[in-house]
Structure formats: structure tokens, C-alpha cells
Design a protein around this ligand. Structure first.
Ligand code: ZN
Length: 261
């Protein structure tokens, strides 16, 4: 199994990162992708695949981090991002995207500008985009309507849009990954969305340390919980866990064309 989105580089894993990784491998995870959150974390990520090629990373600025970054530095950060992507080690651009709840600290106009710059960099460096979109779907749709077709892939991570929106994103060539909410007892909307995605566009993720699946809900999430999410995805789509493991692994390997997992 491949965890297509987990933030193993954040401070919440400082005390036991090696054990967390050991548990992931023991649980059957064979590869994972760490999407960077912001400029301060980029350089340290280069060591991960060097130490263990099962661990790959993306580089980007998370929209929820923008309120903490001075807008006057945006261009400088994006130039650094361009230079680091040129090193050819990162396998994706992201995490990036649009976040409705962060609008108060980072106006949507700025979020869109920074996101469009990420799209351009992914195009330039021929890597896929890892996209966060929370309560900002009309804005994201507007951007994707303007953009030329995205040919290196766009993953809607922890997809939280409705099933009515999936045809639009599918037509734009997007893939979708799902996290813990598909396992929640009251899950309805995420399951409808999950069922609306064709097999070949489906990936799985933990989004650790957030969104722990049932029965770990509310605790720190980790990649070793990925089988619980894949089991819930399988149940919702009326297939076996084995088939869902094989499908999401195959899709992740194809999507992350540059990854060596
Ligand atoms: Zn994330």
C-alpha cells in the first residue's frame, strides 16, 4: 500500500518518527509521500529518499500556512521552490491549493495567485500537483477552467467535495484520494464522493497526523492506519480489501511517475 499524503515531517512525530515508520512498514505500507507545508521545511525533506527510497516528497506552500507568511515574500519563496524542483528530487508540487477558512488571514486573491504559480511550476518541471481544497471549490473550478490541460497529474487530496463536483474534476484529468472520514460511522457525503470516482483515478492516504480513521478517531494519525482507510474504501465500493490495496497501489505508482517506491 502507498500512503499518498502524510505529514511525517511535522513536530508531532519528533519523538517517535522511526517507530512510526517501522509500524507503517510492518502494516504493509510500501511507500509514502510527504507533501511539504512551507519553505522552512523544504530543504530537510531532501534527506528522506536518500535514507530510504520508500519515502518520497512534494514541495509546496500549504494555503493554511499563507496567513503566517509575509505576502511580500511570496515571489522569493516561489523562486526558491522553482530552484529546488529543478534539482529533480521532489516527485510532486504540493501541498498547495485553496482554503476557504484561511481567507481571513490570506485573501482568496493571494491564495489563487500562489496556487496558479504552483500549477505553472508543476507544468514546467513535469511533476503532478497535490491539491488541498477546503470550502473553496468555486474558486478552484474557476482556476482549472482557465488553465490549459494539466498533463502531469493533479491529485485532489482528502477529497471533501460533493459527488456532484467529481465529473468536473474528472474531465480536468484529476485523481482523487480519500482519508479517514470514509471510515467514520456517520460517513455519507464522503462515501457518495468515493463511489463517484472511477477505479483508475482512485488513491488512498492517511493525511497523518490529522484525520485518524475509526476506531482511532481524535488521536494522532499515522501511516500504519492506512489499511483501515483502504478497508473502508473497499466496503463502500463493494470490493475486497485485497483488490482495493492492489488498485490504489497501482494507481499511486502510475500517478507518481518519478517515485522509486
Ligand atoms: Zn496535507
Amino acid at each position: 500500500m502507498i500512503d499518498s499524503h502524510c505529514h511525517l515531517d511535522v513536530a508531532r512525530f519528533d519523538d517517535d518518527r522511526d517507530q512510526v515508520l517501522s509500524r507503517a512498514w510492518a502494516a504493509g505500507v510500501t511507500g509514502l509521500v510527504i507533501p511539504a507545508i512551507g519553505p522552512d521545511s523544504w530543504r530537510a525533506l531532501f534527506d528522506w529518499p536518500r535514507r530510504d527510497r520508500r519515502v518520497q516528497f512534494g514541495l509546496g506552500i500549504h494555503p493554511q500556512l499563507l496567513p503566517a507568511l509575509d505576502p511580500a515574500d511570496d515571489e522569493r519563496h516561489l523562486a526558491t521552490l522553482d530552484a529546488m524542483l529543478a534539482e529533480g528530487v521532489a516527485i510532486a508540487v504540493g501541498e498547495c491549493g485553496l482554503d476557504g477558512p484561511s481567507e481571513a488571514g490570506a485573501p482568496m486573491e493571494r491564495q489563487v495567485r500562489v496556487f496558479r504559480a504552483h500549477v505553472a511550476l508543476a507544468r514546467k518541471h513535469h511533476v503532478p500537483l497535490l491539491v488541498h481544497c477546503l470550502r473553496a471549490h468555486p474558486h478552484l473550478q474557476r482556476v482549472l477552467k482557465d488553465e490549459p490541460p494539466i498533463t502531469d497529474g493533479l491529485l485532489m487530496h482528502s477529497y471533501s467535495g460533493s459527488h456532484e463536483l467529481t465529473p468536473f474534476y474528472l474531465a480536468k484529468g484529476c485523481h482523487f484520494s480519500f482519508a479517514g472520514p470514509v471510515s467514520f460511522v456517520e460517513a455519507r457525503r464522503p462515501l457518495e464522493a468515493l463511489r463517484s470516482v472511477p477505479d483508475e483515478r482512485l488513491l488512498a492516504e492517511t493525511d497523518a497526523p490529522d484525520q485518524a480513521p475509526h476506531p482511532h478517531r481524535g488521536t494522532r494519525n499515522e501511516p500504519a492506519h492506512l489499511p483501515l482507510i483502504i478497508d473502508a474504501m473497499a466496503a463502500a465500493r463493494g470490493t475486497s480489501s485485497e483488490a482495493m490495496r492492489a488498485l490504489t497501489t497501482r494507481n499511486a505508482r502510475a500517478f507518481f511517475a518519478r517515485a522509486s517506491f
